[in-house]
Design a protein around this ligand. Structure first.
Ligand code: BGP
Length: 462
């Protein structure tokens, strides 16, 4: 029977922009702006304006989460809610009051807060004025915002993260056009990756100044997608090696080891796309590794050799070195379009143990998004989501293998506690242990919530 260590954290993950709704929010982030100008970019034209109504309903939501056995909630503070003036980081009173209430309510419901500072939600005016993460001025504005968060909430919050999935910002906002501002520019994306690493390290330095106590810890959340070659042909193996560095090590190495992967730096230098850095900045990155890591895992990355010649793709894109491979026979979550491959959990655990000095880490997101869950409701209106329970069981079984081999994993945060709004797909795929009827804003525990509660109580499952 898979059994987890004592004090293993059973939590749920979500984010401010995906749950709160924009009630009383002073500023727009890039997604708010995108929705306001192009609602058709979102499933059924549903934007983040109401989301899961957490702004108004957080007491009830947290009470339901407590019933589901959720002992920790990883959510985020919205830069666009907390701050009035981004240059000075002056505070918005309503934003401060809201996050104070939410943190107090979490503690009252025995839910430990894990607070993240950036979940894809750059204030749009910082893109308009400075190009967003292309700019080192924005790095410093982020550190001012982070400083306010640590000073305001550092007394009650022990656990922090600087960024959620910065690689998705690089890919989505600056490289492949999935997310607003839909910039498609390889060299800019490389600079954005560097700037976000720098912003994380600078925020970590501030955190340790403001919150020096040993129980106060800060990390970064990375979406690790282990890269597996399509075959053992050296060209596929080499492509997968590049994909691993570009997709994972670009943030993992600086965050944990304090430096960028040599091979990647050499390639960028050779291709003339290396970021603009200074020795002083690199010293900040080297001196401020994370205390722990958050790992979001949903799917692996199958990779084959590229079918274009490196010189043919102008301007530069990393795709000159690899191509995604659709493995025949792979098991899919068809609704989300992602391969289901639990074994990667063990591989991630082993990689962290062997190559990242066994740093403490969490699964900070893992879960299954399914469309049309009304289909699975019983006569009482309870979603019978056995598929979600099976998904968690398979992934946890693979995770425990890694833990038993010595990997220092401290907890598992399911994505998500309550159904929430998603970046491109709005409410199409549902991830929650708790259903949100977005028409009535009624929330109901799904079958998986009962299963999770038992898991959290006993630390094991059959
Ligand atoms: C992660 C994000 C989450 C969440 C999740 C599910 O990448 O950190 O915010 O959205 O993926 O993905 P999606 O909502 O695209 O289905």
């Amino acid at each position: 029977m898979p059994t987890f260590p004592d004090n293993f954290m059973w939590g749920a993950a979500t984010s401010g922009p995906q749950t709160e709704g924009n009630f009383h929010k002073q500023h727009q982030n890039v997604f708010d702006y995108w929705f306001a100008t192009e609602p058709s970019a979102f499933d059924a034209g549903v934007g983040p304006d109401t989301a899961s109504n957490f702004y108004n309903d957080y007491e009830n939501d947290l009470a339901l989460m407590e019933q589901a056995g959720i002992k920790g909630l990883r959510t985020s503070i919205q830069w666009t809610r907390l701050i009035d003036d981004f240059e000075t980081a002056s505070l918005n009173d309503d934003g401060v009051a809201f996050y104070n209430h939410v943190i107090d309510a979490m503690l009252a419901h025995h839910i430990k807060p894990y607070i993240n500072l950036h979940h894809f939600d750059l204030p749009v005016e910082l893109y308009d004025k400075y190009g967003g993460w292309e700019s080192k001025h924005v790095v410093d504005l982020f550190v001012k915002f982070a400083t306010q968060c640590f000073e305001l909430f550092g007394d009650r919050v022990d656990d922090w993260f600087t960024f959620n999935e910065p690689k998705v910002v690089v890919d989505g906002q600056y490289l492949y056009g999935w997310h607003y501002p839909q910039v498609v520019d390889g060299p800019k994306a490389v600079q954005v990756a560097y700037n976000m690493n720098l912003a994380s390290a600078k925020a970590i330095a501030k955190f340790h100044e403001i919150c020096p106590a040993a129980e106060k810890r800060i990390g970064i959340i990375l979406n690790l997608t282990p890269a597996y070659p399509a075959s053992d042909d050296p060209a596929d193996v080499e492509a997968a090696d590049f994909a691993e560095q570009w997709s994972n090590n670009l943030f993992l190495d600086p965050a944990v080891l304090g430096h960028f992967p040599d091979k990647l730096v050499e390639r960028f230098t050779r291709d003339g796309v290396l970021w603009d850095s200074t020795p002083a900045e690199l010293a900040i990155i080297a001196a401020n590794p994370v205390d722990y890591l958050g790992v979001n895992y949903y799917h692996p990355f199958r990779v084959q050799r590229p079918d274009i010649s490196p010189t043919s793709l102008q301007p530069w894109l990393p795709d000159i070195y690899f191509k995604e491979y659709e493995m025949p026979g792979r098991v899919m979550n068809v609704d989300r379009g992602w391969e289901i491959y639990p074994t990667a959990m063990t591989d991630i655990a082993n990689n962290i143990r062997e190559n990242y000095h066994n740093i403490p880490w969490f699964i900070s997101e893992n879960g299954m998004g399914v469309a049309g869950e009304e289909r699975f409701m019983d006569e009482k209106g309870i979603v019978q989501d056995d598929y979600r329970i099976d998904f968690m069981k398979e992934h946890l079984t693979a995770l425990v293998k890694g833990i038993n081999a010595g990997s220092n994993c401290l907890g598992y945060f399911v994505w998500s506690g309550i159904d929430c709004w998603s970046w491109n797909h709005a409410y199409h795929n549902r991830y929650g242990l708790i259903r949100d009827d977005i028409h009535t804003q009624t929330k109901t525990l799904k079958k998986s919530a009962g299963w999770f509660n038992e898991l959290s109580r006993t630390n094991q499952f059959e």
